[in-house]
Design a protein around this ligand. Structure first.
Ligand code: BJW
Length: 246
């Protein structure tokens, strides 16, 4: 693997690292991405599946999609990219892993502190009384009901919805303060998450993108590493830590 000059020094020398992940980091675990020809939205209107309006119009359709995803994720295991990011956490004094993913695979790989910007597919929320219910397997009933009788929704962030304040602030702070920012497996078109790498760049960070294809980040990234996250992240990380182990 040929790396940009300076990349290893920047990654080795950093004290504060921020990582933004998207659906591509879970692709090698068999969890579908959203966009592109192999994406879960191919042939579907995202607003019917991932907005409050879509849910109000047809909660059963939305829940069938979420249960299908829960089943895929339940059967999946973290891949080498998730594992490498969990290893990286222990290495840095300041490490912030921000994910747009709702699948929980970072935690299952051993990452202890994960900022989940778009919520979790493993939590349900009652729109009537606000009750939150954690689950560890796909829902039995579609649509699931709260004890109060109302239809529960997945506790995720849909289009047009505000991100929860605490994770959003943590993500923006980490992006503004990091010395190296990794953007891994995201198409970088959904805001506000897509603004994090450019914020890091404008605050002086070295930006490394890992993706199988270029995205809007590629235009300003200091290093664009084209390939699968599950192959590239372990390869870079072994280069970073190897000299220290010798
Ligand atoms: C690999 C790989 C491998 C594959 N290795 N790589 C500013 C400008 C323009 C628009 C807006 C703006 N601000 C807000 C908006 C509107 C909207 C938005 O951004 N729209 C854009 C689409 C234009 N944003 C919102 O509505 C957000 N809310 C908001 O801003 O509220 C403001 C507000 C304020 C006050 C009051 C009220 C509101 C909310 C966005 C919520 C997004 N939700 C979803 C679904 C819900 C969760 C779920 O069920 O999972 O989140 S949409 C979907 O997209 C999901 C993802 O997290 C998100 C990002 O997708 P991601 O992860 O990048 O996946 P893909 O599929 O797009 O890309 C995969 C990538 O992986 C590709 O690049 C592949 O090449 C790559 N890849 N294999 C490495 N092996």
């Amino acid at each position: 693997m040929i790396l940009e000059p300076g990349l290893l020094d920047r990654v080795r020398g950093a004290e504060r690292v921020c990582v933004l992940t998207g659906a591509g980091v879970s692709a090698e675990s068999g969890v579908q991405t959203f966009r592109g020809s192999a994406g879960t939205w191919e042939g579907h209107d995202p607003m019917r599946l991932a907005s409050q309006e879509g849910f109000d119009a047809d909660p059963e359709l939305v829940w069938r999609w979420y249960r299908w995803r829960q089943e895929r994720i339940f059967a999946a295991a973290p891949n080498a990219a998730h594992m490498t990011l969990a290893d990286m956490e222990a290495h840095y004094a300041g490490f912030c892993l921000v994910t747009q993913n709702v699948d929980g695979l970072h935690a299952r790989a051993g990452s202890r502190s994960v900022v989940e910007l778009h919520g979790s597919i493993w939590r349900l929320r009652c729109p009537a009384d606000g009750e939150l219910v954690e689950i560890d397997r796909p829902v039995d009933e579609v649509p699931p009901r709260c004890r109060c009788g109302a239809t529960m929704r997945p506790d995720v962030v849909w289009f047009g919805e505000r991100m929860p304040e605490v994770p959003l602030e943590a993500a923006f702070r980490a992006a503004a303060e990091c010395q190296v920012m990794f953007a891994v497996g995201t198409s970088a078109i959904v805001y506000p998450a897509a603004a994090l790498p450019s914020l890091a760049k404008s605050s002086g960070a070295y930006v490394v993108e890992v993706n199988v294809e270029p995205t809007p980040i590629s235009a300003y990234a200091d290093a664009f590493l084209c390939g699968a996250a599950g192959e590239l992240l372990p390869a870079i990380w072994s280069e970073v830590v190897l000299p220290k182990a010798l």
